[in-house]
Design a binder for this molecule. Structure first.
Ligand SMILES: C[S@@+](CC[C@H](N)C(=O)[O-])C[C@H]1O[C@@H](n2cnc3c(N)ncnc32)[C@H](O)[C@@H]1O
Length: 527
């Protein structure tokens, strides 16, 4: 999670990358605020102190959104509330606002939090599109490129609200101008006013300066990347593998509001009916999963579920159905010994453990000790810790040193995450094409290591949350060439046929199935 002291980094609007420097563009107010941030002693928030800094004219959702956007861009934090793991309570957020902007606003209500989620998620997703418009309406490109980070975030929010949310334009202009004035300085407010008013006029005349979809493949990819707000390399890759129409549909999915699934924690004796009763009493609308007995889908209301403590009490988990279906491919049975090779933070480990009726063992290996600690704690909370053993280790080292042979081995490999871009709003901006090559090398090494832990006749499941052919089928094909002792075990008896590829792999497609994109291959070792 981003630490607020990252405000000391200067962020270039051009690269979106933070580079260490003194904070050149922040107003004195911000510099003062960041001084107090880096001080190890926190100032107590006395009532007097609060009253002095209370600003009732800036709406809370706007102040919180601006600060979250700063944290995301400068620290790589995730945009969705889910990743705040329920810590995003109003109080916490307001402390961030005060330390970043130098004032508090009135407290956040549930409605404000919903707006924050919508504005932050949308502004991050539409960043390339919004920056194109902002840059077009600036005096010159240099003005845009050298814009101070907070000012840019305020403009992005305003553009998003006007263009994508169709909010009443002059109210948006007034509020963002006011925020820029109090959080930065009067001149910044004037600039926001000028640019946003230009935007309102252009929108009213239906003449937003957007690129045309023409020219050669490269220029079309660049235009699509702006129109649907994705990196150019992703557009080029998807156009090549999926065709332009399908690539556009995928980008539209990635830009839509994500829906979430909840898994009733049967390890603790909670049934889906129990979960549904709680959701009814909280008035959170849901749909039963068509594919998995323990799962329900919710489009809205995750905040309410978090607030009500359902996650903290271990009654359910937030888990996408695509992850649940990967567990169906493993098909864990009571009494089995299962190795989960890249287990943390434990979504699949916990679900597998809950299906084992207290018999057998899931060995949860992960290189990341901190994430593994979270897994251990959640396993206790979910009352499945008796069938989980955590092993902090690099899988490659573990497989070399430890001769254990298991019934089943799941390798849920580190991957690009290209199947989960609707939930991970900022991920598209953090991934580079070069990452894929590095990831493929790691995936091959981890597959080789995982295969050593499978007993003769045992099962190896390779899974990712990517929709990229090279990370999925490509890795399996390369593995089968290196390991003729394994062959494909088709997944059709474990998951609905709609998810089964011609070659017998599991594949979920966000556009087709309205869940995250994921992949799993079930491989069986010769006796
Ligand atoms: C996709 S995540 C796993 C998600 C997890 N299976 C779940 O369902 O919650 C990939 C995991 O691989 C771990 N990892 C990366 N390199 C590793 C290695 N060499 N050995 C073991 N774990 C590794 C990362 O720490 C990360 O937790």
């Amino acid at each position: 999670m981003a630490h607020v002291s990252s405000l000391h980094l200067h962020l270039s609007a051009h690269t979106g990358k933070a580079a260490p420097s003194k904070p050149p563009k922040f107003s004195k107010r911000i510099n003062k605020a960041s001084k107090s941030i880096s001080s190890p002693k926190k100032r107590p928030f006395s009532h007097l102190h609060k009253a002095q800094k209370l600003n009732l004219e800036v709406s809370p959702h706007r102040a919180v959104s601006a600060v979250r956007l700063m944290r995301i861009e400068m620290g790589g934090a995730f945009a969705d509330l889910l990743n705040e793991k329920g810590k995003g309570s109003g109080d916490n957020e307001m402390a961030y606002v005060e330390r970043t902007l130098g004032f508090r606003t009135k407290d956040l209500e549930d409605r404000d939090l919903r707006l924050v989620t919508e504005i932050v998620g949308g502004t991050v997703r539409w960043r390339r599109y919004l920056d194109h418009l902002i840059c077009s309406l600036c005096h010159d490109e240099n003005t845009f490129r050298s814009m101070e980070p907070l000012l840019l975030q305020i403009l992005r929010m305003g553009f998003y609200e006007i263009v994508k949310l169709d909010m009443p334009p002059y109210a948006v202009v007034d509020e963002n101008v006011h925020l820029a004035k109090v959080a930065l300085r009067p001149g910044a407010g004037n600039m926001v006013n000028g640019i946003l008013r230009k935007l309102v006029l252009l929108k009213e005349n239906n003449s937003l300066p957007l690129p045309e979809l023409d020219g050669d493949d490269r220029s079309q990819a660049r235009a699509l990347a702006t129109l649907y707000s994705h990196p150019v390399w992703m557009v080029r890759r998807w156009t090549k593998y999926l065709g332009q129409e399908e690539a556009i549909r995928l980008m539209m999915w990635n830009n839509s509001d994500p829906s979430f699934s909840l898994r009733a924690n049967s390890g603790k004796g909670v049934t889906r009916d129990d979960l549904v009763m709680r959701l009814n009493s909280l008035k959170v609308p849901y749909e039963l999963s068509l594919h998995l007995d323990h799962f329900v889908r919710i489009k809205i209301g995750l905040q309410i579920v978090i607030r009500d403590g359902l996650l903290k009490q271990g009654l359910c988990s937030v888990q996408d159905e695509s992850a649940g279906l990967v567990v169906s491919v493993v098909n864990p049975q009571p009494g089995e010994s299962i190795v989960d090779c890249c287990a943390a933070p434990g979504g699949k480990t916990l679900y597998m453990a809950s299906l084992m009726d207290g018999q057998g063992m899931v060995y949860a290996i992960d290189i990341n000790k901190g994430r593994l600690r979270i897994l251990r704690e959640t396993a206790k909370l979910h009352q499945v810790d008796a069938v989980i053993t955590t092993v902090p280790s690099d899988l490659r080292v573990f497989a070399e040193k430890c001769p254990m042979k298991s019934d089943k081995v799941l390798l849920d490999a580190p991957c690009s995450g290209l199947g989960v871009l609707s939930k991970r709003a900022d991920l598209r901006w953090n991934r580079r094409l070069e990452d894929l090559e590095e990831l493929k090398r790691l995936q091959d090494e981890l597959l080789d290591a995982a295969s050593k832990l499978v007993k003769p006749g045992g099962i190896l499941v390779y899974s990712t949350c990517s929709i990229d052919h090279e990370e999925n089928e490509g890795r399996v094909d390369a593995f089968l060439l290196r390991h003729p002792e394994f062959q494909i075990d088709p997944v059709d008896i474990y998951v609905p046929s709609d998810f089964v590829t011609e070659r017998g792999f599991f594949s979920s497609n966000p556009v087709k199935h309205s869940i995250d994109g994921a992949f799993a291959a079930r491989l069986i070792r010769a006796l």
